[in-house]
Design a binder for this molecule. Structure first.
Ligand SMILES: CC(C)(COP(=O)(O)OP(=O)(O)OC[C@H]1O[C@@H](n2cnc3c(N)ncnc32)[C@H](O)[C@@H]1OP(=O)(O)O)[C@@H](O)C(=O)NCCC(=O)NCCS
Length: 152
């Protein structure tokens, strides 16, 4: 499958509002610094970043990732809550893999953080269904890169 066969395409600035709305509907909007419009605009500026949308006349889902020249990572996937289980997530992952294949990546990993909705605490089964295997790893984060927590 190629991008031209699907409703999946590269995101543009015009998609950002819809992408943020889906993130909020999925209760995955953490902070504007990471999930807000300016952050998404910066993602769009770098060609080695993955930012695809599923466009069926309206934006129904999106996927974000990056490639550093050695490793490819999917950072986030989100499908509109009212249109789940219709293979949109599977298609987004499939197109992401095509993107990373074309860029030369040998593997693609995902940081599969738990969802905030009670019924979506663990997306592991979804990732297994789209061909990913669990590896022994822990997702950890350093929150204070900007030093905000030390400000008086
Ligand atoms: C995870 C998500 C992207 C899946 O999108 P989707 O369009 O519903 O997925 P698909 O229809 O392609 O599902 C493919 C398979 O995975 C299963 N699946 C989907 N989401 C699942 C979940 N959260 N837990 C377990 N299985 C799941 C589906 O039942 C389907 O199984 P089947 O092939 O046996 O029918 C979507 O549920 C979502 O946006 N969730 C909120 C955000 C999130 O948790 N993202 C992942 C962490 S970054």
């Amino acid at each position: 499958m190629t991008q031209s066969d699907t409703k999946i395409r590269a995101a543009t600035l015009a998609d950002i509002e819809a992408v943020i709305q889906i993130t909020k509907d999925n209760e995955h909007f953490w902070t504007p610094q990471v999930d807000g419009a300016e952050a998404l605009e910066r993602i769009l500026e770098r060609p080695s970043n993955l930012f695809l949308v599923y466009d069926d006349g309206e934006i129904l889902g999106f996927i974000l990732g990056s490639w550093d020249g050695a490793r490819a990572f999917i950072h986030k996937i989100s499908v509109r809550p009212d249109i789940r289980q219709k293979s949109i997530g599977t298609q987004l992952v499939s197109e992401a893999i095509v993107f990373f294949k074309n860029i030369g990546a040998p593997t693609v990993a995902v940081a599969a953080a738990d969802g905030t909705r009670e019924e979506e605490q663990d997306s592991t089964e979804f990732w297994k269904k789209v061909g990913f295997e669990p590896i022994p790893a822990r997702l950890m984060i350093y929150f204070d890169v900007q030093g905000d927590e030390n400000e008086n």
